[in-house]
Design a protein around this ligand. Structure first.
Ligand SMILES: Cc1ncc(COP(=O)(O)O)c(C=O)c1O
Length: 271
């Protein structure tokens, strides 16, 4: 028997998951089993998944480039439509370079697993998303969790130049903001790198939706790794990791979730 966890145990605890079948989601409304509901459950904060401009861009790209990218970006998957999206993101967010991923989950895994070795420490806010926590558990680096947004607790455990501090822009469960002025002060003083997962801040906060750092007045150069997703306020799906050209070259060579995965479908990139 290959299962090491108990489905029956989950069921007994009233925690067994199953898939709700939704007929259609359209902004603030959704339909299921013939009934309509007000939708408070999605991440489509601006309703962009339904915007005619995005749907038409996706349609045009599907006709011009095809439905899928057909290969890893390093084989024949990286097309002009991806390059245009990368340039747009760099320009919008003040980043030197970015790399596109098919999901935020895989982007977080790729970064943390590729970057850190057993000689590194990885500090994570206790409320960080499962994709970050899981990457931390799989990484050979030593994982240290600090109490949510508690800068004194983090400072007490920080070691100079030993690794990476990871937190979120807008926390996915509680909806509060990370203490980015505090994090950038501590990272700057200790010589550690910072990574922001701004899945929920991008598109919503800051000037022209540039995200949490912009909202809080933290300069992009103070945060070495910027991860954002396209599946929430941007209404589509997929993700990117941005930073210096050197970081992006490193991930393009060593990020296994990038190298060995089919590239973002062209219609998604175009949208
Ligand atoms: C904070 C955060 N990071 C990463 C992800 C994963 O992104 P994706 O849905 O693109 O895999 C999510 C949610 O899905 C999230 O809430």
């Amino acid at each position: 028997m290959p299962f090491h966890l108990s489905l029956a145990g989950r069921e007994a605890a009233g925690l067994k998951r199953s898939l709700p079948l939704i007929d259609k989601v359209a902004g603030r409304l959704l339909w299921s089993a013939g009934q309509s509901y007000l939708n408070f459950a999605g991440n489509d904060y601006l309703g962009l998944s339904q915007a005619p401009e995005l749907r038409e861009a996706a349609d045009r790209a599907a006709l011009e480039f095809g439905a899928g990218a057909v290969a890893s970006p390093l084989v024949v998957g990286h097309q002009a439509v991806h390059r245009a999206l990368e340039a747009e993101l760099c320009d919008w967010l003040g980043l030197e370079a970015v790399l596109l991923f098919s999901s935020g989950f895989s982007a977080n895994q790729a970064v943390i697993k590729a970057l850190l070795g057993k000689e590194h420490l990885l500090w994570q806010d206790r409320l960080n998303h499962a994709s970050l926590q899981e990457a931390g558990l799989l990484s050979p680096a030593r994982l240290l969790r600090f109490a949510h947004n508690d800068m004194a607790a983090l400072e007490a455990r920080l070691k100079p130049s030993a690794g990476l501090i990871v937190s979120e822009g807008v926390f996915s469960m509680d909806g509060d903001l990370g203490d980015w002025p505090g994090l950038s002060r501590l990272a700057g003083q200790s010589g550690n790198w910072l990574m922001i997962d701004d899945a929920h801040g991008l598109g919503v906060l800051g000037r022209e939706g540039r995200g949490t750092l912009d909202e809080l007045g933290v300069a992009p150069e103070q945060v070495q790794i910027f991860m954002g997703t396209f599946g929430k306020a941007l209404g589509v799906g997929g993700a990117f990791v941005g930073g210096s050209r050197e970081l992006v070259d490193y991930l393009l060579n060593f990020g296994r979730g990038y190298v060995y995965s089919t590239h973002l479908p062209p219609p998604q990139a175009a949208a």
